[in-house]
Design a protein around this ligand. Structure first.
Ligand code: SF4
Length: 304
């Protein structure tokens, strides 16, 4: 089947089977074209809550599908590829965090949304990359342990110097692989381009940026800016998406290695197979995990 034929068939099947398709921004363009919603992980989970459909296919990685389930417990949530995980979300386990809490009495634990649902059960509040600074500032706690991304945690710590923030040595292996040399090379090649980076990048990369923000923030900034050229310091699919959406501007990769292989596991064919009932994993979480992890997200919504 050709791509266009498969996309048409997916559009037909999703209506017939009452399915809403969520597509994370790091997915390929052929998936964007069949999406009901495209965006960051938490934004997608919120869209699912209001979607009229009873069934959700989440084209992303496992923690994202879990977050959708936490917010929409009565909907059937399918992850097209069981093996699509996130190395950062799975870096720590519940026992690691419980030990850390015992060693650091009086500290509150802040979890980046990029964590497993079970890890969220032992944390006090979630944050997204867009809301992290605001939420950490709004918390009553003065002493905070930030998991799992040390780069995002360090960036938040700089914006909120009045609080004591401990970070762990975790993070996104894709964003953390970008170096200051990559920045220098990209700026030499594209001297008129603004550098837009995700706070999951290392501090010496973030320190050279013209704008630091979430993937959605980077895309909005590039579209609204009067500048014409941009070096994009997040997953490389964003370069392609921006180039297609804004053809009169120029977008460049910061590093050719900024590719999330886990995100790229999900293909159009997988979504088609899910709709045909031949692939995909239904996300099922224990009641206790549903309840406790949701508390962590509710606290984010209360503070944010
Ligand atoms: S880009 Fe990084 S944080 Fe995002 S899913 Fe891939 S490994 Fe995880």
């Amino acid at each position: 089947m050709k791509i266009r034929e498969m996309q048409d068939e997916i559009q037909r099947l999703k209506k017939e089977k009452d399915v809403c398709i969520l597509v994370h921004a790091y997915q390929s363009h052929d998936l964007w074209e069949i999406a009901d919603y495209i965006g960051d992980s938490f934004g997608l989970a919120q869209q699912a809550v209001n979607a009229p459909q009873k069934n959700i296919i989440m084209c992303g990685v496992r923690f994202m599908a879990e977050t959708v389930k936490l917010l929409s417990p009565d909907k059937t949530v399918i992850l097209p590829k069981s093996g699509a995980g996130c190395p950062m979300a799975e870096q720590f386990c519940v026992a690691d965090i419980e030990k850390l809490k015992a060693e650091n009495p009086g500290y509150s634990v802040v979890a980046y949304i990029n964590t497993t649902a079970s890890l969220k059960t032992v944390c006090d509040v979630c944050v997204t990359s867009a809301s992290a600074v605001k939420i950490v500032r709004a918390m009553d706690a003065e002493k905070i342990i930030f998991i799992p991304d040390c780069n995002l945690g360090g960036w938040v710590s700089k914006q909120v110097p009045e609080k004591t923030i401990k970070v762990l040595q975790g993070g996104c292996p894709r964003h953390a692989a970008v170096t200051a040399e990559d920045v220098e090379k990209a700026k030499r090649t594209h001297p008129n381009a603004l550098l837009l980076v995700h706070p999951e990048c290392k501090p010496d990369v973030v320190g050279k940026a013209d704008y630091v923000g979430s993937t959605t923030g980077i895309m909005s900034y590039a579209k609204e800016s009067e500048a014409k050229e941009f070096i994009i310091g997040t997953e490389n699919s964003i370069v392609q998406h921006l180039q297609l959406e804004v053809p009169d501007k120029q977008f460049y990769e910061l590093s050719k290695d900024l590719i999330c292989n886990d995100m790229k596991l999900t293909t159009l064919g997988d979504v088609y197979q899910c709709l045909a009932g031949k692939a995909g994993e239904q996300i099922v979480l224990p009641d206790e995990v549903m309840k406790k992890a949701k508390t962590c997200i509710d606290e984010m919504l209360r503070l944010g």
